[in-house]
Design a protein around this ligand. Structure first.
Ligand code: ZN
Ligand code: ZN
Length: 413
């Protein structure tokens, strides 16, 4: 049997609900999508629950799932994925925390949990922390800036655990908490000690930083502490190529998704002009996918604009992004041809009127470049998908793709 290459296109937050501004249609129903409709005559259509029915996915847990990795096993807390999204690359037994730049007085009482929220100097403060705090008692410490006041801190070394409590009191006018061991192990005691020493060290560095002196002189709150929460231990993620036998690459501009793809061993490309927003370079991403398809068996193409528009409640923006998504598919078919297996879906539903992720299933399209018993539907959208034959979970996707690209290995004798 001929083996085919695979394109897996995820439009983030693609799924939706009826939108009043679109006369009760979903954005996917509203857009004509002439290129995607071309695929229907040789496709299976249906619905995917990215994790399982009704579970509201984050983009991180959902992407683990659609890459074939059970998030219940590999997702150990947001700290880890916050760090990955901020640019950290982790290894087994690293412990990551989420943190906020905050303001404390000299009695360690929290005055503002976000140091005024807008911290333009955050990158410089993080740089200063990395320069001045390399390690504590043999444990390597790395700081990463996320967005606004958010930071991630990664501890690497022997004898660490995530069984320690937060230093974030989660309220103002309360003292910064001492981190406490959450079980009786020496690792918990050791890690809590490191966290408490680290917190004092962070205060020393930040409170005497020139950057904060300037902030105070401008009447702004000093960002003189980092409040830590959500300790999470990283478990090594299996390498995509080792469990799929596929040489894989990804096109994405979103730090979190790039991080996950890199952690499972994919080559990751961000073409010029790709932003993760509505202003992204749509066709540049399609062209990058075409180039990668020449060399790789599996190319993952991620579009963030659909989710970005949804969170903003921007109906026109979501319609625009879906039009662009269809153009991207057209570009790939023009340049690479249709001799490949194509899956198109979202990593979750983000209804544009809800502005947040929901647990609704997402329409899923699987195009196959040879004759199959295809589903007879008129379009690719939430309503038509209910008439198709597929009802799958995220964890099923890789198996489907391997089967229809003629690459699956027999399970059993
Ligand atoms: Zn997402
Ligand atoms: Zn989202």
């Amino acid at each position: 049997m001929k083996q085919y290459k695979i394109l897996f296109f995820i439009a983030d937050g693609l799924g939706d609900r009826p939108v009043s501004k679109l006369q009760g249609k979903t954005p996917l129903e509203y857009v004509n999508k002439s290129n995607i409709r071309e695929l229907l005559k040789n496709s299976l259509i249906g619905l995917m629950d990215p994790i399982s029915p009704g579970v509201v996915p984050g983009s991180d847990t959902s992407h683990l799932s659609i890459f074939g990795l059970d998030p219940h096993k590999y997702y150990r807390g947001r700290g880890v994925f916050e760090a990955i999204g901020a640019g950290a690359r982790l290894k087994a037994s690293d412990v990551a925390f989420r943190g906020n730049f905050a303001t404390v007085n000299n009695e360690f009482i929290v005055v503002d949990r976000r140091a005024g929220r807008k911290i333009e100097e955050a990158d410089d403060l993080v740089k200063e922390l990395n320069e001045k705090i390399g390690e504590i008692d043999g444990v390597k410490v790395r700081f990463y800036h996320g967005t606004e006041h958010r930071v991630a801190i990664v501890l690497s070394g022997k004898g660490l655990t995530d069984k320690v409590s937060d230093t974030d009191p989660h309220e103002i006018n309360k003292k910064v908490l001492e981190s406490k061991p959450l079980d009786n192990s020496p690792e918990s005691q050791f890690t809590a000690n490191i966290v408490n020493k680290l917190t004092r060290k962070i205060y020393e560095v930040l409170n005497s930083s020139e950057i904060n002196k300037i902030r105070i002189s401008k009447g702004e709150l000093p960002a003189n502490i980092i409040l830590l929460r959500g300790a999470a231990e990283f478990v090594d993620l299996p390498q995509f190529e080792s469990y799929t036998k596929l040489k894989a690459a990804a096109v994405s501009a979103t730090a979190l998704i790039k991080g996950i793809c890199e952690q499972i061993g994919m080559k990751v490309v961000t073409p010029p002009g790709a932003t993760g927003g509505l202003d992204t370079n749509y066709l540049g991403k399609a062209d990058a996918a075409v180039e990668l398809l020449k060399e790789y068996d599996f190319v993952f193409l991620h579009l963030k604009a659909t989710d970005a528009a949804s969170h903003d409640g921007n109906v026109d923006g979501k319609v625009y992004a879906i039009n662009k998504m269809d153009e991207m598919i057209g570009r790939i078919l023009d340049k690479f041809g249709s001799e490949l297996v194509i899956a198109i879906s979202g990593d979750h539903t983000t209804p544009v009127e809800v502005k947040e992720h929901t647990g609704d299933p997402v329409p899923f399209l699987l195009y196959v470049p040879y004759s199959i018993i295809n589903d007879v539907v008129n379009d690719f959208n939430e309503r038509e998908a209910r008439r198709g034959s597929l009802r799958i979970r995220g964890l099923d996707v890789i198996n489907l793709l391997l089967n229809y690209s003629n690459r699956a290995e027999k399970y059993g004798a």
